[in-house]
Design a protein around this ligand. Sequence first.
Ligand code: ADP
Ligand code: MG
Ligand code: ZN
Length: 216
Amino acid sequence: MFHKTLPGFIEVICGSMFSGKTEELLRRLKRAQIGRQKVQVFKPAIDNRYSTDHVQSHDSSRVPSRAIEKAMDILSQVDDNTRVVGIDEAQFFDDTVVEVAQKLAYRGIRVIVAGLDMDFRGQPFGPMPKLLAVAEQVTKLSAVCVVCGSPATRTQRVTGPMGPEAPRIAVGAKEMYEARCRFCHEPFESEIRMSHLPRSSFHQTSLETGHTGESA
Ligand code: ADP
Ligand code: MG
Ligand code: ZN
């Protein structure tokens, strides 16, 4: 019963920007280190917001990490005695990160993946849906909506490229994005909102009736 001694599995931490994904990842990694387990952390090279050799949360806690161009490079960089692998900002990798996480888990490694579940338009982001599907454990965190104070599940782009043609990836920190709830989020894609009502009446109507499609 060899497999019973292998602890390999996949945990995913997802949510909007500012929801505390990196904080939660760092918390889990610190606890593994307290348990004297060797930890390695990777992130995509594209995420250079704070530094290229650390994973850092918005409140400035950080751990050393390696910036990786392609998800597949993680496989060759994980040492034999590593027990826990953390991957932050996983939404920026392509679908091969799913295969990589699976392979590591089959090697007996605990894989903790953090990433944005949705892009700034509210669409599923990159490999995250697949990672969520294959994970043993999923944690969905929320931030606080800066408009109304409700739990925030969406990321609003407030500066930089916007509109239907805007690129999905424009890496930025606090000044480019803010956390918003479903009703305060403006995804610039009217078909998603099912309504051209202004934000306030949409919010009120949907809260009162549960949906807006049939009011006339
Ligand atoms: P993530 O990795 O999900 O983007 P971080 O772990 O880097 O998030 O940062 C989470 C921290 O961001 C919170 O503990 C809080 O200090 C700060 N923060 C800033 N704006 C917000 C917000 N609107 N809602 C919740 N936390 C926020
Ligand atoms: Mg983060
Ligand atoms: Zn709101």
